[in-house]
Design a protein around this ligand. Structure first.
Ligand SMILES: NC(=O)c1ccc[n+]([C@@H]2O[C@H](COP(=O)([O-])OP(=O)(O)OC[C@H]3O[C@@H](n4cnc5c(N)ncnc54)[C@H](OP(=O)(O)O)[C@@H]3O)[C@@H](O)[C@H]2O)c1
Length: 334
């Protein structure tokens, strides 16, 4: 297959290179794209050098089967037509089209078949915090309909891109050296801190990131569930964590939830509190599955249930999810 990665120099773009290699994805030819800033840079794929081309309005996407796009919402909107006009399927990691009715929003473990109906040739990859939550929620929804979700997120620096990850690492070095830490990518110093804001605020007091969790969860799960999220940036480097409280139509027990998580696709249960075993971002970084632990009844609500989940947001929250969508399309020859 002829594959393109747009935004190849970025945190997600670099992960695409690793994930495609790791999964032995059937790549015959690989094209890499970026802005003028990264055009000319060379990355290695399967032992061979590939040079980044500048993304332009031309016919570079002729013959491309699948384009994995992760260059921000502005670039996705501007170049969608150029990317798809010769028939390439655009799997887009940005927020540009996620809530458009004629663009499916897909997490393969939850709603893979939605990817088959793509009138514009675009499939949207959901927001990273939403992806890991719905993978964990899918087995519980099968037990009893989830009516309400309260979720608090603990989001790693790399969720804001490669430069943000570098900024956090540099801040710790600068502080150790007695220097004033550089603050550019986040509103405040993130080292030794946490910031209760991810993305910009909307009129209702929630941030855009928090509203994405509400809107995207409903679209992916085809559900009327109400989601109230509080998204917080924390000084972890990679992998997002979430404390999740749900209310189901009938009470579900810890035993049945544990069994359902255990059988669910893409979920690993790591829940042995007596031995201090629970998922943590330091150890989940670079892993494929969503890890679930601290599984318990919510003592404040008879129909309530609570758990903790951790997922690598650059991997399952972005590159891996997009590649799994492509693998699903290849498997069913669509
Ligand atoms: N980081 C995450 O955990 C994560 C998770 C899920 C989704 N996403 C989404 O994925 C996208 C990329 O995120 P990231 O974290 O990889 O960001 P990043 O590290 O800042 O990388 C951005 C990439 O986009 C390219 N780019 C920017 N403007 C461009 C343009 N006009 N034309 C062509 N290429 C352009 C950049 O190329 P240059 O180097 O040439 O500027 C770079 O390769 C965003 O939409 C983000 O919301 C990120």
């Amino acid at each position: 297959m002829k594959i393109a990665i747009v935004g190849a120099s970025g945190a997600v773009g670099q992960e695409f290179l690793r994930v495609l290699e790791e999964r032995n994805f059937p790549v015959d030819e690989l094209l890499l794209f970026g802005s003028s800033r990264s055009a000319g840079k060379v990355y290695e794929f399967l032992g061979k050098p590939v040079t980044v081309k500048e993304l332009k309005h031309n016919d570079d996407f002729k013959g491309v089967d699948i384009a994995f796009v992760s260059a921000g919402a502005g670039a996705s909107k501007e170049y969608a037509e150029t990317i798809t006009k010769h028939g390439a399927i655009m799997i887009d990691n940005s927020s540009a089209f996620r809530m458009d009715e004629d663009v499916p929003l897909v997490v393969p473990e939850v709603n893979a078949e939605d990817a088959l109906n793509r009138p514009r040739g675009i499939i949207a990859n959901p927001n990273c915090t939403t992806i890991q939550m719905v993978v964990a929620l899918k087995p519980l929804e099968k037990l009893s309909h989830i009516k309400r979700i309260h979720v608090s997120t603990y989001q790693a620096a790399s969720g804001a891109g490669a430069a943000a990850m570098d900024e956090l690492e540099n801040q710790y070095k600068q502080i150790v050296n007695g220097e004033k830490p550089t603050v550019e990518k986040f509103a405040y110093q993130l080292a030794y801190n946490l910031i209760p804001q991810v993305d910009v605020f909307t009129d209702n007091g929630y941030t855009k990131e928090e509203m994405k969790m509400h809107n995207e969860t409903r679209k992916i799960m085809h559900s009327d569930v109400a989601v109230s999220a509080m998204c917080v940036r924390v000084p972890a480097l990679r992998a997002h964590s979430e404390a999740v409280w749900i209310e189901t139509e009938r009470p579900i027990s810890v035993e049945e939830a544990r069994e359902a998580f255990g059988k669910a696709e893409g979920v690993i249960v790591q829940d042995n509190p007596e031995n201090k075993e629970y998922p943590m971002p330091l150890f989940v970084a670079t892993k494929d599955p969503v890890y679930v632990g601290r599984i318990r009844k919510d003592i404040s609500n008879p129909n309530g249930f609570s758990f903790w989940c951790v997922g690598d947001q650059i991997k399952k929250g972005a590159a891996l999810n997009a590649v799994q969508i492509a693998e699903y399309l290849i498997a069913i020859k669509q």
